[in-house]
Design a protein around this ligand. Sequence first.
Ligand SMILES: [Zn+2]
Length: 311
Amino acid sequence: MPTLRWPSVLTKRALARSAGPPLPPLATCRTIETYLEFIERSAPLLAQIAEFEDAMLARRPSEFPGLCAVCNKNVRFSIDRLSGQPLDVNFRETLACPRCGLNNRSRLSTHFLLSAGVERDSKIYLTEQATALYRQFKRRFPSVVGSEYVAGGTLGERGAHGWRHEDITRLSFDDAALDCVCTFDVLEHVPDYAAGLSECLRCLRPGGRLLMTVPFGVNDRKTLIRARVDPSGSIEHLHPPVFHNDPLSLGGILCFQIFGWDLLDLLRDLGLEDVALHFFWSPALAYLGGPQFVISGTKAHGSAGAPPSPS
Ligand SMILES: [Zn+2]
C-alpha cells in the first residue's frame, strides 16, 4: 500500500523530460466489468485517496503545490470552490496552473497525449480554439488545427472573432487527413454525437488516435440522454436542463447527454481499436478528485470510419 503524503517537489531529471514526467495509470478499463473489478480490487487505495483529498480540502487551501506536466514546472495550482463550502470543489474543472492556465482535466489530457509519443509535426485536430488548451497545443504541436462552432460560419473558414468554424457532424477535412483528433468535453453538447464521432473517424488516418473526455457515468452502462432535438428542430428536455461554461456563449451551452460505457461500444462499431478509459490519480501532478480518466482509441487499419450501427 503506497503511503499518500502531501506532494513533494519532483526532481530536475523529471522536469527535463520533454514528454513530461511519467504518467502511470491506476487502471485501463475497456468495459464496465473491468472497471467494477478495478473498483473492488482497489477499494483500500480508493478509500485512502478519498481520505487524503477530504483532509486536504478540510484545510481550506486556495492552492495546491505540484508539478505541471505541461509546463514541466513546479507551481501552485489554484483551487476554486463552487460555493463557500470547503468541500464543494469540482476537481475536474479546477486546479488550474498559473503558467499555462490548464485545469486538472486539460493538463491530464495534454500530458496523456505527450506521453503517447505523438510527433511534434502531427496533424492534430482539436475541437476548440478559443481556449488556453488550444494555445498550449499550438506551442507543442504547431500544425494543430483548432475550431469553434461559429453560428452562421462557413465550414473550414474563419468566422466571427477569427475562429475557424467547424461542425463536428460534418467536418471540412478530407478522409484520413488527420493523425489525431482530440475532443475534450464537447460531445455532450452535440445531440447527434454518433454522427460527430463518425466524422472524427472518417477524418482520422488508419492508425490515427482519437483522444477524448466527456462527462461520463462510470457506473452506467447506457448513455443518459438529458435532451434531444425533435423532428421539428425543437429541443425536448427529458431532464432539467444543465448548462456548461462556453467560451463563446455567456449563457453557457446545453448538456444533451452524460455518457455511459455504451459509448465505447459505439466507438468500436465506428472502427476504433483498443478503446479504453485510462484512469490516473497523482497528488504530485495535481490530478485529484479520485481517479480521473481520458478515453482513447486507435483507428483500425482497413476501417473507413463506418456509419454507426442502428441502436
Ligand atoms: Zn502549466
